[in-house]
Design a binder for this molecule. Structure first.
Ligand code: G3P
Ligand code: MG
Length: 250
């Protein structure tokens, strides 16, 4: 981990990882309660342009509702139960507003990786709205989140709206021109699927001046190899078992 990496090393995936319903305030609370210092979550816009926490383009998989997020307004989304489908013990847990999640992270002292997750066709406006809300909610004396996205259009819009945000490029596979793309976008970090990174790729990416993040790693033994290779952070579904490195890698 590089000395100038400003965030914790372990981010709970989609709020509380596998321990709670994804992208909910309950998940974020649980991550904090078990001592995880940082969370990752996904942000998309409702039909009336309110940023909310959800991963999929539709509410079908994760809530008791159905339909496309981009066709439902915020009032409709906030009435949905985002807990009952996969975690019955969390029944009644609502689909939250990004603003509520941000305020909760700040109150709990949690760092955040805010993933801009635009619905198709809404890339630029999602990047802009999320960036503006981040700038408004995280004051200068509170550590600002790292914003990331698979959408270059969203990242460009976020940068254009708020120039001094910390941005990361998300990819599944690492493209040949990953470093050039990060530089062009003004990204400080490259976030790739954990299975994609090799030690050589970690070394080369860091030598190019970028931070290295892997998702989604759940194996503590494998995590030790990540830290030894110099990765800066991991996103995990198991924040209860995967811990930050005790010592910084050289
Ligand atoms: O940011 C890492 C990870 O969340 C990206 O994948 O599909 O879980 O949002 P996904
Ligand atoms: Mg995500």
């Amino acid at each position: 981990m590089r000395a100038d990496w400003r965030w914790p090393s372990v981010f709970a995936h989609r709020g509380g990882g596998a321990l709670a319903p994804e992208n909910t305030l309950a998940g974020i609370r649980l991550a904090a309660a078990i001592g995880c210092a940082a969370v990752e979550f996904d942000v998309m816009l409702s039909a009336d342009s309110v940023p909310v926490l959800i991963h999929d383009d539709t509410v079908d998989r994760t809530t008791n509702g159905c339909g496309r997020v981009s066709t439902l307004n915020a009032a409709q989304l906030f009435r949905l139960d985002a807990g009952c489908v996969r975690h019955p013990a969390f029944s009644g847990e609502p689909l939250p507003a990004f603003e509520a999640a941000a305020r909760l992270c700040i109150a709990l002292g949690l760092a955040a990786n805010v993933e801009i997750k635009p619905a198709p066709g809404h890339e630029a406006v999602t990047g802009q709205v999320v960036a503006e809300m981040v700038a408004r909610l995280w004051s200068e004396d509170v550590k600002a989140p790292l914003l990331s996205s698979f959408s270059e259009t969203a990242l460009i819009a976020a940068r254009s709206a708020v120039p001094d945000l910390s941005l990361g490029l998300l990819v599944e596979r690492i493209p040949e021109d990953a470093v050039a793309r990060c530089r062009r976008l003004g990204c400080i970090s490259l976030h790739a699927d954990a299975s994609e990174w090799t030690e050589a790729q970690i070394r080369e990416t860091k030598a190019a001046g970028l931070f290295v993040l892997g998702y989604t790693e759940n194996d503590p033994v494998q995590a030790e190899q990540w830290w030894a290779a110099g990765a800066d952070a991991l996103v995990t579904d198991r924040p209860d078992v995967l811990k930050a490195p005790k010592l910084s890698a050289p």
